[in-house]
Design a protein around this ligand. Structure first.
Ligand SMILES: [Zn+2]
Length: 353
């Protein structure tokens, strides 16, 4: 079950047909997205220009149009288009329930972390290149082979991908959200997996806004683009914490209270929690995995994340160790990185302590 939300998923894509007309991006929500480390990106200039101007000049005519051959990539783009509509509708519906609950959270950093996925979805809804198939079709003849550059740092694209066996997975180097064609916006499990991946988008966005030099940018891209799958522990800790906190909010704090109550959580309690969340029976395995994580997460909860973000290097509760383990050599086989107190990235020490 764990592989349903792996973060790095392979993808292959070719250029496709001419781009669609799109509305100019609207920057009215730009001040809503806030850094997960407490800073704000309010005031960061979003470009109002899009590739539309350059598209007007192009003389390139796709071969398929000359010969009127049906384009399989266009069909793929239509699948992605339909998925984007489902994603945006599903997240907006979740937002209606979740945002009033998030607003009651006292801790500001946690509140911002839980709001970020909803804000990113809204900001990105105005992105004319959110459909990756059409984005690549735009980008390849026009911008020198740079096939991942969105005009706004916080924009990202979606690609339908049924091969990776994951509901959703985010690829930081290209800022691509891979989405299973089976994604169901009425399934809370699918929405929470997407919420987890959107927390990765927020993390990536935050890092990118903080990059000061081309060297820093190259290092960042190199970290994510190498042949060895790597993970920053703080990134996964945030994503799983968001997923668990959101689950808990949707039970009106019943999940946390049940765990902190200390009594045995047997089948009756699990069935009750699943019923409160409207969690589908077919995704019971994912629920069990998240419940086990939640047992390690509470009672400290978001205080764990606050201390990790503040780089308290001697702080390592079972939740953090477990998170390292499920991503490391005994788990998904990734290299796991942490930050020392000075902010230097180093390999997680599995032998330590
Ligand atoms: Zn993740």
């Amino acid at each position: 079950m764990a592989n349903r939300n792996l973060d790095q998923t392979p993808a292959k894509r070719g250029p496709s047909k001419a781009p669609r007309a799109a509305d100019a991006p609207d920057s009215k929500r730009r001040d809503l997205l806030r850094f997960m480390f407490g800073a704000s990106i309010a005031g960061v200039t979003m470009s109002g220009d899009t590739d539309e101007d350059r598209v007007e000049d192009q003389t390139f005519v796709p071969t398929n149009e000359l010969f009127n051959v049906p384009d399989p990539q266009e069909t793929h783009a239509e699948v992605t288009e339909a998925l984007i509509l489902k994603i945006e509708a599903g997240m907006r519906k979740l937002a209606e329930t979740a945002i009033p609950l998030i607003e009651r959270i006292e801790d500001e950093r946690t509140r911002n972390q839980l709001m970020a996925p909803f804000e990113l979805i809204e900001l990105n809804s105005e992105n004319p290149h959110k459909n990756n198939d059409r984005f690549l079709a735009d980008a390849s003849p026009l911008v020198g082979g740079v096939k991942w550059k969105q005009e706004a740092v916080h924009w990202f694209s979606y690609t339908a991908d049924g091969q990776a066996n994951v509901v959703a997975g985010f690829k930081p180097p290209t800022r691509e959200m891979m989405i299973s064609p089976d994604f169901d916006p009425d399934n809370i499990c699918d929405l929470l997996i997407l919420f987890h991946e959107l927390t990765h988008v927020a993390y990536d966005t935050t890092i990118r806004y903080g990059l000061q030099t081309t060297e820093q940018r190259d290092n960042y891209l190199e970290f994510h683009d190498g042949s060895t799958p790597k993970v920053e522990l703080v990134n996964e800790i945030m994503a799983y914490s968001s997923e668990i906190d959101m689950m808990n909010l949707l039970t009106h704090d019943f999940l946390r209270a049940t765990i902190e109550g200390g009594q045995e959580i047997g089948k009756v309690e699990i069935d009750d929690l699943m019923r409160r969340l409207n969690w589908p029976e077919r995704d019971r395995g994912m629920f069990m995995m998240l419940l086990e994580l939640a047992k390690l997460y509470y009672p400290m909860g978001n205080r764990i994340v606050n201390r990790i973000v503040n780089r308290n290097s001697n702080f390592e509760p079972e939740y953090v160790k477990h998170m390292a383990k499920i991503h490391g050599p005994e788990g998904r086989g990734m290299e796991v990185y942490v930050y020392d107190i000075e902010g230097n990235r180093e390999l997680y020490d599995f032998e330590g302590e």
